[in-house]
Design a protein around this ligand. Sequence first.
Ligand code: ARG
Length: 461
Amino acid sequence: GDGRLWGGRFEGGPAEAMFALSRSTHFDWRLARHDLAGSRAHAKALHRAELLTDDELAGMLAGLDELDADVASGAFTAAPTDEDVHGALERGLMERVGPELGGRLRAGRSRNDQIATLIRSYLREELAGVASDVGELVGALHAQATQHLGAPMPGRTHMQSAQPVLLSHHLLAHAWPLLRDLERIADLDRRLAWSPYGSAALAGTSLGLDPEFVASELGFDGSVANSIDGTAARDLVAEAAWVLAQIGVDLSRISEEVIVWSTVEFGFVTLDDAWSTGSSIMPQKKNPDVAELARGKAGRLIGNLAGLLATLKGLPLAYNRDLQEDKEPIFDGLDQLRVLVPAVTGMVATLTFHTDRLAERAPAGFSLATDVADWLVRQRVPFAQAHEISGAAVRYCEERGMELTDLTASDLPAIDPRLGADVLEVLSVAGSIDARDGRGGTARVRVAEQLDEVAHRLAEL
Ligand code: ARG
């Protein structure tokens, strides 16, 4: 009952530095309530195998409930002498029900199957929380896109002016990757829903315990088919770390744009006061710290994934203590996203878009050149030539310090005789946008459909 789960074959306790290295309660304590849920299910499995009497089961469950309440209230915590969450909780149970009954719980299980189960149930719960936060962010993007349906902006490739697009279309282009992240979480949950309880140390459970029973008690879909895999595999933790890193990358992409858009040179957005910070020396400053922290934390989330994969590489079967190193990176990733995603949502929801400025810049940088080429194609000019002629129009304008929208009928013959005066009708941002009316395109009708599609997808996930 001293929180140590082994020792019979040892003459003395561990060296101080050995214990300091081994100890994990400072990070695995957060799994305590999941461990208690596992213990309740395991106690019932012991009872079904007639290894606990009715009275013993009742006493054990009462002790576990009491311990759970004390863990929840903070009345019971890990002691400095506890090696890990499992040992601490066994100590707590023995303190409540006595060493005789408390000492019966560990039969037929190992910390190896315990921890493998706990990390799965913990991830299932936490990822559901991340998914709900990401859903809010998709909602914020959708709300901004709805509010600005019809507002044009300059679309870019290579960061250079490309073609005008609708601001809504652009904002929804950030919503789709996040919807896919939600799909990833839902999909990963199906793989996390297999309980390793009953794998014991590696070879499976003896004593007639029923892993399928424990799995269903814990809300899993079933128990693992291979006890060695069940205790040794952490690919699911790595997959979770990847999903978190991918969400970080998706937030970082949004954030980079907000950072650029909020510069005086772009002037596309203004950040809300509540979601920006000032400078201690420069009175004029309003800094996009939320966006910068998102960009920075993406690096950290990627590092967590890379570190975890490096830990897993080259591990022989079955359990190895290296696997204890899976926890801090994934816990850190979850902690970071739980503070980050709501802040990015707040920032996005309160962005003020300067639609006049966006509209003014939409045709800049000759972004209607493709429309000139497309007009020529409709006049049966082969596209290769149309491309040349439109390029000549760009050069003509560039030499004279004008935009394509400044062209008049008198300029056209000097550029190419095939440019009729009708071409001037397609030289408008609205015309260019609405011409792109194939599915997925930036035409207003398509973007309106897309708004419905995003809302529908979000409701499904
Ligand atoms: N703290 C360990 C981990 O996180 C729990 C399993 C320990 N098992 C063992 N045989 N030492 O992986």
